[in-house]
Design a protein around this ligand. Structure first.
Ligand SMILES: *[C@@H]1O[C@H](CO)[C@@H](O)[C@H](O)[C@H]1NC(C)=O
Ligand SMILES: *[C@@H]1O[C@H](CO)[C@@H](O)[C@H](O)[C@H]1NC(C)=O
Length: 885
């Protein structure tokens, strides 16, 4: 419907365009500093409000400008868990003051050192007190440690004129407070399982009859703070307690490496409903497993992270790769309604830290669309119905924290624009006379008279750091805790890994792929020009110009035949069984292959499999998105950089049998390689490449991932034909075309174009998009979600075009190709995977095999000793002829 009216739209949009030019604000350093200073003012506003109206109470009521103490109702955990009667907000911001409000730091640290006592008859949450109070004390201790002893140098570093302030004198007291607090937590760990109770009375210890119910995040993410305390004091008790709890939880994972949400501290059994995910109750377990590996330089935590993360990517992430919803940890079914919560918006930040930037970008896009829809992140959102389930926003930092990490990794100014939007919304919606109030309802804007301490110590801190153009210091063993406190360990406080561990790690090579900006037509573009940017928008708003699904009366959602590409993320991890292809003998399912079949080379760290019968390999998706790596063989873990050799000569009679369905990957984007060739030649013989460009595939027509007869990755350069008339392909063609037709967008549906081309003998169509000025106006904010017409007819003909390919390219690319074709020059087009290394010369063309067998190029790879899973190679495995690689 929409496309049929394009001529009319053109006129209208051109009109609109002339009076509504989009203004793009460049983010130079001056502008970033200006925004950073705005954030600083907000921080100072909140801090002074707390100090003036609430201190020494734990929290501020920002609307009535009064202190918020403990609730006499002991079951009001929301308030009492975080109210130790120890000026919690002051404690929590202490480590942020040197960064944002340095002049307030000396007074604040003096107050903490001289006025705070944890000898209080109050029941609080161990986890919340650890991350907010203990983390702040340790972080500030480390900051004081970094200050010079010399008073005048110290004053200079603190930007003060007076020399007599000596903040370093409080250093020992801060550590004493930290020790005192941690000691008060100790009784909570006295359980048979080692999993601590959630709450404890700071003065009297465990209450009789205290609830055993605790959660994965609460019990399992104490290791950063407890570990640093141990390293600073030399008393290993704290680290051991936290590590024991961490491992006690990990040891209770399901067979597919998933962890539950709530667990009984005493008996160590997961409690119903056993949902596993990355949101509330679970989030920081993943965070601390990765961050502990960084802070302590200890790979045993990294092993846990990578297994736990692979399980999340395989089971919790939706097949499109965008939503992380809870699944039942054993049976993998989702809850109804299936929801995501705003705490899980931390995940993109962690994904950046783990090197998985691609997943981070996609995940963040969902939260970005939620933020721009609600001007905050709703606490719980039912993603299938696109409905707010719990409308609050308690000023949580997770989304802005992830934005900060993504900007650091990509340097894409999109993330600065996101930050500016957040800043404006904070000022507009939650700033009050003396602080910032919780949004009770993101839809109505109703406020609640509460300010969480993390508004200052995290939300505004990450926003500040996002805009701050000062380069990051290159610290290796340094992390932000889950409360935003910096902790670091100098080399002297690191432990040397054991000999066994060092030997096992030989050959490892932990590296993250470099981030590459998306490109269109050879031009570097930003996140907003990625093909899946619109998809993420449609997940939150619903697809289409109207922002709703195209639904008929029976509520059937109509995606098929659309140009709205539904991304499909390759399955992250699965098992491969090496078994004879013809014998029909099923492999043994044992995960512990006999040691005589596998040998590990002590020198290189590589593995050699001498007998493949019944061997199960676990493969894991590579962060550089080029395929898979073997991540383990039974109990043997294979780390990045380590290789697996198969020396069994019977390998040629064996094929990998997937235990789980193969990823049916439909590439959303692919690379088009355009070349010219001589009139007399066939494409591929003397080709002269002139352009590499990115195209988007359609959800109808052929799936380019299939290696069967037709247009695809293995067909090599194919002639590209520009019809002289009917260049939009909206009328039936009179001629026959052998090749790919280059057609313009507009006038009729995409499906009509493909149908006419198919009937004229063409193998597919490349559609050239509208010029950018028009494209930008098709949907608000410049994003064209391309949808086909919904007429009955198009459904009937889908059969006829099932094997014809359709690819969409930007206007600029079409112009470039047409220019090249102008004087009758022949052009061919070849399809490449997005991550295939692009070689401009020396390419050999290949013609598809009619029987659908592997192409010559793949045969070559196999003969070089690779194993393929579908279209993806398993990179770190090699088939060799001798026992010694
Ligand atoms: C809070 O702490 C202060 C100082 O430690 C103490 O004087 C006061 O009694 C405490 N308040 C409560 C309600 O425990
Ligand atoms: C809705 O669309 C589906 C799929 O095209 C079709 O099977 C169904 O009959 C339609 N229902 C109505 C009421 O039109």
């Amino acid at each position: 419907m929409i496309l049929r009216q394009t001529a009319w739209l053109f006129a209208l949009l051109t009109l609109l365009l002339s009076c509504h030019l989009p203004t793009v604000v460049a983010f130079d350093n001056a502008r970033r500093i200006q925004l950073r200073e705005e954030v600083r003012k907000l921080f100072v506003h909140g801090y002074q409000g707390y100090m003036k109206y609430a201190y020494p109470a734990d929290n501020l009521k920002p609307i009535s400008c009064t202190p918020l103490g403990r609730d006499p109702d002991v079951t009001n955990f929301g308030i009492n868990d975080i109210s130790p009667n120890a000026s919690l907000t002051l404690l929590d911001v202490l480590s942020t003051l040197p960064l944002i409000h340095l002049s307030a730091f000396p007074d604040a640290v003096r107050r903490v050192a001289t006025e705070i006592s944890f000898d209080q008859n109050v029941k609080v949450q161990v986890f919340e007190m650890t991350i907010r109070a203990l983390g702040a004390l340790l972080s500030t201790y480390q900051f004081l440690d970094s200050l010079p002893d010399d008073l005048s140098l110290q004053a200079k570093r603190l930007g003060m004129k007076r020399k007599k302030v000596n903040v370093k004198q409080y250093q020992a007291r801060l550590l004493d407070l930290a020790i005192d607090l941690a000691n008060r937590f100790k009784p909570a760990f006295e359980t048979p399982s080692g999993i601590p109770y959630a709450r404890i009375n700071l003065r009297h210890g465990m209450d009789k009859g205290e609830s055993v119910e605790t959660c994965l995040a609460g019990a399992g993410s104490l290791i950063l703070e407890f570990g640093v305390l141990s390293r600073l004091t030399g008393d290993e008790t704290y680290e051991n307690l936290a590590k024991r709890a961490f491992l006690a939880l990990w040891n209770r994972r399901s067979s597919n490496n998933l962890l539950g949400n709530t667990i009984g501290a005493s008996h160590g059994h997961w409690l119903a409903p056993g949902l596993s995910g990355v949101g509330a109750g679970m989030d920081s377990f993943f965070e601390y497993s990765l961050k502990a590996s960084i802070l302590f330089a200890d790979d045993s935590y990294l092993d846990v992270f990578q297994d736990a993360y692979a399980a999340v990517q395989t089971n919790v992430r939706t097949p499109d790769g965008f939503i992380y919803r809870p699944v039942q940890m054993k049976h993998l079914h989702t809850a109804n309604p299936s929801t995501i919560d705003s705490l899980s918006a931390f995940l993109p930040g962690l994904q950046v830290l783990s090197g998985d930037i691609e997943s981070a970008i996609q995940n963040h896009m969902i939260w970005w669309n939620l933020w721009r829809k609600y001007s905050a992140t709703p606490e719980v959102w039912a993603w299938q119905e696109r409905r707010v389930e719990w409308a609050g926003w308690p000023l949580r930092p997770e989304y802005i924290e992830s934005t900060y990490y993504l900007y650091q990794a990509t340097k894409d100014p999109f993330y600065l624009r996101v930050g500016e939007r957040v800043l404006r919304d904070i000022v507009r919606r939650v700033k009050t006379k003396c602080g910032f109030a919780i949004l009770r309802n993101v839809e109505t804007g109703e406020l609640e008279d509460r300010m969480e301490s993390f508004m200052l110590s995290e939300t505004l801190k990450y926003l500040y750091m996002l805009f701050d153009p000062t380069p990051l210091p290159r610290l290796t063993n340094s992390v932000f805790t889950t409360e935003g406190h910096t902790l670091s360990l100098p080399h002297g406080q690191l432990r040397t890994p054991s000999f066994v561990r060092r030997a096992m790690h030989r050959g490892e090579n932990q590296q993250c792929p470099v981030y590459r900006n998306p490109e269109l037509g050879g031009l570097v573009v930003g996140i907003e020009r990625r093909a899946d940017y619109d998809y993420a928008r449609s997940v939150v708003y619903g697809p289409g110009l109207e922002g709703v699904w195209a639904e008929n009366e029976s509520g059937v959602k109509w995606w098929e035949g659309g140009f709205c590409v539904i991304p499909k993320a390759p399955k992250w991890s699965f098992d491969l069984v090496l078994a004879p292809s013809e014998s029909g003998i099923l492999p043994t399912t044992s995960h512990s292959p006999p040691s005589n079949k596998i040998h590990r080379d002590d020198q290189t760290g590589n593995f050699v499999i001498s007998d493949i019968q019944g061997i199960i390999l676990t493969v894991r998706w590579r962060l550089d998105r080029t395929g898979y790596d073997v991540s383990s063989i039974g109990p043997h873990r294979i780390r990045p950089g380590q290789k697996v050799y198969i020396s069994d000569p019977t390998i040629s009679h064996h094929v990998p049998i997937p235990q789980t369905p193969l990823p049916s990957h439909l590439p959303v984007e692919l690379v088009l390689r355009f070349s010219t060739y001589l009139n007399s030649a066939t494409p591929g013989e003397t080709n002269n490449v002139f352009l590499h460009a990115i195209g988007s595939t359609a959800t109808f027509g052929r799936a380019f991932s299939s290696n069967t007869y037709g247009w695809g990755f293995i067909s090599g350069p194919v002639p590209l034909i520009r019809p002289i008339e009917n260049s939009q392909g909206c009328l039936p063609f009179d001629e026959t075309y052998m090749g790919i037709l280059l057609l313009d967008r507009g006038e009729c549906s995409f499906i009509s174009k493909l149908l006419h081309a198919t009937r004229a003998g063409a193998a597919g169509v490349i559609v050239v998009g509208f010029p950018q000025e028009i494209q930008q106006t098709l949907v608000g904010e410049g994003q064209g979600l391309i949808r086909p017409s919904a007429e009955e007819e198009s459904l009937k003909i889908s059969e006829e075009i099932a094997q014809s390919g359709m690819i969409y390219v930007d206007h600029k690319i079409g112009q470039g190709v047409l220019k090249e074709m102008k004087d009758g020059v022949k052009v061919a087009v070849e399809l490449l995977h997005m991550d295939q290394p692009i070689q401009v010369t020396g390419h050999e063309g290949k013609v598809e095999d009619e029987d659908g067998s592997v192409s010559d190029r793949q045969k070559e790879d196999i003969s070089r000793g690779k194993i393929f899973v579908g279209e993806w190679a398993v990179h770190n495995i090699h088939i060799i002829n001798s026992n010694i690689p």
